[in-house]
Structure formats: C-alpha cells, structure tokens
Design a protein around this ligand. Structure first.
Ligand code: DGJ
Length: 774
C-alpha cells in the first residue's frame, strides 16, 4: 500500500511508499512549505517532532542571516523574499512586480485503485497566480511522482502573469556529506555513458538547449552520500524528468550546506505568459530512494515504468482543473480532429497570428493501471541493409528472408516517400514514391502479412528538407528569424510544431497514412536539434513559449494518433538515442538507444541505458560484421547475445548472410522468444560492469526463471573470469541449467558463482545460460 497522510494537528504531509517515505509541512503560518524528510520509512509519530522543529525554526530572514545548518528548506523554492537558493518559480506580474509571496489555501487527495495523488494549492497573496504542487504514490513502489501546475486565476481583462522559471519539483537531500552525482552523457553513436562528479559548494547544471532531450545529457541522476554506493549496496537517491524538450537540472549545495536537485523545462530563452484562465502543467519529475545500491534503483525504475509509464499517455488526474476559480469560465481546449487538406491550408494563412493552443486528448490506457505492457515483438529494420534504396521488390526479398528467421514485425526505414533518394530531399512529402512503389505500399504490406509479420514504417514528421513540396508551399512553417540564416543540419529544417496549423497538418498526414495502409508499427525519427527557434509572426507575443508549446503539441499529436489507431506500436528515435526520457516513453512502446550497432560498444550503451530505462523499451538490432561504423568484426552469437539483452531486432543485410548464419540466427531468435518474458519483464542484475574491465554480465530473474548473459571484450590470454556470481536468488533453492541439466544451490551461485563455459572465454566470446528453480 502507498498512502499520503496529512496530520491536521501539525500541518504536515507524509507520503508512505512501499518501503520509503517523504514528508513536508506547513511553516511560517502557512506562508511556507518546508521539506521534512526523504528516505527510509518514517513512523507517523515522528512527523510531529520534525514539523515542530520546522515550524518553530527562526523566522526566515534570521535563518538566512545565520545560515544555520539546521534550517529546513523550502519544499518548492519561489523567488521572493530572502531566498537565494536556486528558485523553482520565478514570476513577473502585470505591474512589474517580480517575486512571489504565497499562502497554502487548499489540499486534495484522490485515490484511484493503486494510485494516490495529493495536490496542494499555493495562492499568491496579491496576484492571481495559483500554484498547485502534485505528489503521486503507487502501491508497491517507492517512486514519488511530482509536478507543478501554474494557473492565472484572475478575471478576464486582468494583466497577464509571466513565468520566467518553472520547475516541476525540487528535491532536498538529507544532511549528509560527500554527495556523488552520477548521470548519463554522450553524443551520436555513444549515448548513455555513465559519468560521475562530487558535489562541492555551488552548482552543477545538466541541461539540453537543443529543443529535444539530447544525446549529450539525459534527464536522470543518482546521488549517493560519501560516494560509497555500489551496484548492490548503499543508499541511493535518484530522479528522472519526463520532458522531451529543452530541460535543465540544477544540483546545488547551498551556502547553508544543504543539497537539492531541482529542474524541469529549461528557462533558457523561455518565458510563458499566462493570461486569465491560462494554465501551464509542468512536466513530471519522478524520484526514488533505495537502500540497496544502483541496481535496486534501476530495478525500481524499470518495474514502475512497465506498470505506469510505457505507452500510457499522460494519466494525470486534473483534480484542480475541475474547480473553476471565480472570475472566469474555462472552455475545454479543442481536440485535434482529422481536417481536410484544403481546410488546413485555409487555416494556415490565419494561424500565424493566433496563439498556440494546447489541445488535449484522453488516451485510453493500453493496459490496466499497474499491469505489464505487452511483450515486444522481434523486429527487422531495413536501414543498414538498404539505406535510401528502397523499392517494392527489394523490400519483399528482405521480408522473405526476415520471415525465415522468425521475425515478427518488418519495418521499412527511410527512403519510401516523396523524392527521398538521399538525405537532401523529400522530407515533409509523406506520400509514397511512385517510381519505387508504383502500386503503393499495399502489395508490400500484403506480402509482409502473408509471411506472418506485421508491417512497420519509418517517419520523421517534425522535419522538412528545403527541397520538398511541403517547404515550397510553407516556407514559414519552419522555425526561423527573418533576417537570420536558416541553419541546416543533415540538410533539414525543424517544422515549428508550436504552430497549431503544423500540429494539425502533422496529425492529419499521419492519420491518413495509418488509415489508408495496414501499418502496425511506426518508427518516429527526429534527426536534428533546434536552431533559430523563431516565429516572426508572433514577435512581441511571447514567441519564447514555443519551446514548450512544441513539446506539448508533439505529445498531443502522439496521443491523438494512439487514440485513433490503438493497434499501432510506436518507437521513438532521434538520430539514435536523442529522445529518450519518461515523457516520450509515455507515448511510445520502445526507443532506439543508438545508431551505433557495434555489439561491443552496445554493451556499454546498454549498461548506461538500463540505469533508468527498462530492457523492454530498449530496441537492439543484430547487424552485419564488420560493423558499418566501427569496422569491428564480431561473431554472430556475440551480436545476438548483446541484442537479446533488450527488445531483440535484426538490422543486417540478410542478402549477404550465409545459410549457416541464417540458420543460427533463426535458432537464436527462437531461443529469445522463450526467454523474452524474463528479459523484458524480469528483474535485472548487472553482475559485472564493462566500466571496470573487458567483461560484462547481466542476469534477469522472473519467478523461477533466470537468464544470464556474459560478454568478453579484448583482453590478455588467461584473464577470463572462470565464474560469475549471481544475484537475487533463493540461497536455499536449487537451480537447474536448462542446457546441461547441471544443478546448483542458490547459495553456491550467490557465493561462488556460476561456472562459465570454456569455449566462450575468448576475446568477443559470449554466453547465454538459462536456469530454472528446481
Ligand atoms: C537516423 C536513425 O537513427 C536511423 O536508424 C535511421 O532511421 C536514419 N535516421 C534514417 O534516416
């Protein structure tokens, strides 16, 4: 059970999660919310003591002067008064006043089955700004999901409120020393590399200013005191932001010695004007505490995402939205509906002056609250095989080979539309190329279906090549400043999806594509960062909010497509892993972690990926050897064993695979289908890290089933570990290897390890061992 308890006597709230707790309370006569606790379980009786210290603390100005280390910090820091910590909220009002003073006015708790949500309202004491802080807990989990919603609650005609910084949440860490920050950084072809740094007085900022999540940094972190946590031991605090646009996380050690992590949408070049009745729901920022090391943190993240994030849409209850504040009435935002192209064109002329509207679509959840999403099918993707050279006959030949392997979804990648014979033309023209597909997509899809596979298609709807009919018709649809260069990356420009007409065009185009063709999988790509994010027609009318409107409209298009086409699965790709975060994962079923398909590099990329995101969401292809990027040659079994550690796919040019390779691949795919529930839904233990040497191993446990992968990189002869110690087993149980029939005591596997087969202990050897509890 997870609950949020409010102690009326002391004015404190206690979120009681599976095995951890979080608390905050009223202070300074209700004008402040003070953070009280985040960590292990807290008896309700202890809350009063914490709250009394907070409530009886020195007045704020004296605390600031003394910098007393015992001060209990603001739960969510507004800029205003004597506050010098990184603020979570900075607002400007109509008369030029900058700074917030507020008072807690209301709280609401809603329990829906296993999910409980608390909302606490803070109303500005002089201006019509209402801030709602939300806290959500889930039965059986230690994840606390948080967000903030900002509303203008004035009357029509009142001056606007401008938000200059708006964080989703602020996380205070307990008073410990020597905090170590771990995070993921990288670049194209080298995503998800783990980095770490000690927190010293001052700030560490992680951010994306690229308009998308980015390859360079990912919005996730762990913090452990004294930097002593290991994979399976030690206290770990972790956070992950659900936002697919520019984001910012700030880790600050305050002058008073407190450490906090706060963040959300990036305030860089951004402001958001709230007019009367206006509302801004900030992204969700989840956090968790575990006492069992980085592995326990990852397992908690994975299980929670399977139950509540993957493909689920934004399932926030809009509790406070139901209360219409006095002074105005709210009209429900318009839905995106299929609009005829002529109507789209007509509206587009008028649209540049209209403010962007954030439409909302209720997505029916793909699976019940708390239940597992469906297993991911084994997929084939044509990109590395055929690049832009796609046509009906060639794709059918590939599909026939893929079917021989036991592939379940066949995906045709880039090159099928417009004049897309290379990356210099065609983006934006989402109609089938008539030379390469004279009969449309129908015959290819029929053949793929006949072969027993689902058909999938690549799209990149947010982009346009200047050499395209779309750009020739709508040069004003891209982000640009009139007097500045429209900088191209990969010969393409970014469509200004903050524009309602672009959002509507995007939905209509994709809706038509999905309605006219039996497409059951979409790979949604996005191959460049934003530059010149201008919207000249909105000059002087808060064009800076485009950074967030773009992402809101992106989510809305996804949500609307999922609602209209519930049978279609989606993959998020952005030149590899440039858009992987909890926000996009609510809209898709899987993500493409990297364009680097070299299996040895992937071991490291996957180790970083699984720190926070679940193996089920991690698409992993087996491609050709030597690898197109690294030129490294790797055995087929090694390439499979690495890809089988996630959602398995194949991306090689099957025309060049020998019969022996096709047979071996078919056998490995058949094996994968047997272990798939364990890999995709089990608990992951990273037994040996590639960061500590050229040997890595991972273990998955689901019920009585255990799957172990081990991979060896380049190393001197004789340096191979003969055994790998397993984890998460019952020491008193016996486990049988399904291949050899050999039995082991759980205690022996935990203490002495699993003997590894001799023949696989060579450079780029690998093994897959399956055990079942006897
Ligand atoms: C980048 C993606 O990451 C690749 O997998 C492929 O889809 C190409 N784009 C196609 O242009």
């Amino acid at each position: 059970m997870a609950e949020i308890w409010h102690d009326e006597a002391t004015g404190a709230w206690l979120a009681e999660m599976h095995s951890t707790a979080y608390a905050f309370g009223l202070a300074d006569g209700g004008t402040t919310l003070r953070h009280l606790h985040w960590g292990g379980p807290l008896p309700r009786a202890a809350l009063g003591g914490l709250q009394a210290t907070a409530a009886g603390a020195m007045p704020r100005h004296e605390r600031q002067l003394s910098q007393a280390p015992s001060e209990r910090p603001d739960e969510y820091v507004p800029w205003g008064g004597l506050r010098f910590d990184e603020p979570s909220l900075k607002a400007e009002f109509g008369d030029g006043t900058r700074g917030v003073e507020w008072r807690v006015t209301e709280q609401r708790v809603l329990k829906r089955g296993p999910v409980t949500t608390l909302e606490v309202d803070l109303a500005d004491t002089a201006y019509p700004l209402l801030v709602t802080l939300a806290y959500r807990v889930y039965d059986g989990f230690d994840v606390l999901d948080r967000w903030a919603t900002l509303r203008h609650v004035g009357r029509a005609g009142d001056p606007p409120v401008t938000i200059r910084q708006g964080h989703s949440a602020n996380w205070w860490l307990p008073p410990r020393a020597g905090w170590r920050l771990r995070y993921l950084h990288g670049g194209w072809g080298a995503e998800n590399q783990l980095a770490q740094t000690p927190l010293t007085p001052g700030k560490v900022v992680l951010e994306s200013r690229r308009g998308t999540t980015s390859h360079q940094l990912n919005p996730w972190f762990t913090l452990d005191p004294e930097g002593t946590a290991t994979e399976e031991h030690g206290e770990v605090w972790s956070g992950a932001l659900g936002w697919s646009g520019s984001w910012k996380l700030v880790f600050e050690t305050t002058a008073g010695g407190h450490v906090h992590a706060c963040g959300g949408v990036n305030d860089f070049d951004w402001s958001y004007r709230l007019d009367p009745g206006g509302e801004l729901a900030l992204p969700r920022f989840a956090g968790l505490y575990v006492a069992g090391g980085f592995g326990a943190a990852s397992r908690e993240w994975h299980a929670w995402q399977l139950a509540y994030v993957l493909g689920r849409g934004d399932d926030r209850d809009r509790l406070s939205a139901r209360r219409v504040p006095p002074g105005f009435s709210t009209t429900p935002p318009p839905r995106i509906t299929a609009t005829p192209p002529a109507e789209v064109a007509r509206r587009s002329a008028a649209a540049s002056a209209a403010p962007p509207r954030v439409t909302s679509v209720q997505v029916p959840p793909a699976h019940a609250a708390g239940s597992m999403p469906p297993l991911r099918p084994v997929l084939y993707n044509s990109w590395e095989a055929t690049s832009f050279n796609v046509n009906e006959a060639g794709q059918i030949r590939l599909a026939e080979l893929a079917a021989r392997l036991g592939i379940e979804t066949f995906v045709m990648d880039d090159g099928w539309f417009g004049e897309r014979h290379h990356d210099r033309a065609g983006l934006g023209d989402w109609t089938v190329n008539p030379q390469n597909f004279p009969r449309g997509l129908g015959p290819l899809i029929d053949r793929v279906n006949e072969l027993g596979m689902r058909f999938g298609l690549w799209v990149e709807p947010e982009m346009v090549n200047p050499d395209s009919d779309l750009y020739r018709a709508h040069p004003d649809w891209v982000f640009h400043f009139d007097a500045r260069t429209r900088t191209q990356q990969r010969n393409q420009l970014v469509l200004n999806l903050a524009r309602p007409d672009v959002a509507e065009w995007m939905f209509t185009t994709l809706d038509r594509l999905l309605s006219e063709n039996k497409i059951e999988f979409i790979k949604w790509d996005m191959n460049r960062s934003f530059s010149e994010p201008g919207w000249p027609a909105r000059a002087g009318d808060n064009p800076e909010r485009s950074w967030t409107d773009y992402v809101h409209n992106l989510y809305t298009v996804f949500d609307a497509l999922r609602a209209a086409h519930p049978g279609v699965d989606f993959e998020s790709c952005a030149s590899g892993g440039g858009r992987v975060d909890l926000g996009i994962l609510r809209r898709v079923d899987q993500v493409w972690p990297s364009d680097n398909t070299d299996a040895w590099d992937r071991v490291k990329i996957q180790e970083g990926f699984t720190q926070v995101y679940p193996p089920q969401a991690m698409m992993a292809w087996v491609t050709d050897s030597p690898n197109y990027l690294t030129k490294r040659e790797l055995p087929l079994s090694f390439r499979f064993h690495v890809a089988m550690a996630g959602a398995l796919g194949v991306g090689g040019d099957l025309h060049h695979w020998t019969d022996a390779e096709l047979t071996e691949a078919a056998e490995l795919i058949a094996t994968y289908k047997e272990i798939r529930p364990v890999v995709q839904r089990g608990r992951l233990y990273r037994l040996a890290s590639v960061l500590r040497g050229p040997f890595a191993a991972s273990q998955y446990v689901a019920g009585d089933d255990v799957v172990v992968f081990a991979w060896w990189g380049p190393q001197p002869s004789g340096a191979r570990p003969p055994r790998v110690r397993l984890a998460g087993l019952d020491p008193a149980a016996r486990y049988r290897e399904t291949g050899s029939g050999q039995e082991h005591w759980g205690a022996a596997l935990l203490a002495d390890g699993l003997p590894l087969p001799e023949e696989t202990k060579y450079t780029f050897g690998s093994t897959l061992v399956r055990l079942v509890r006897a």
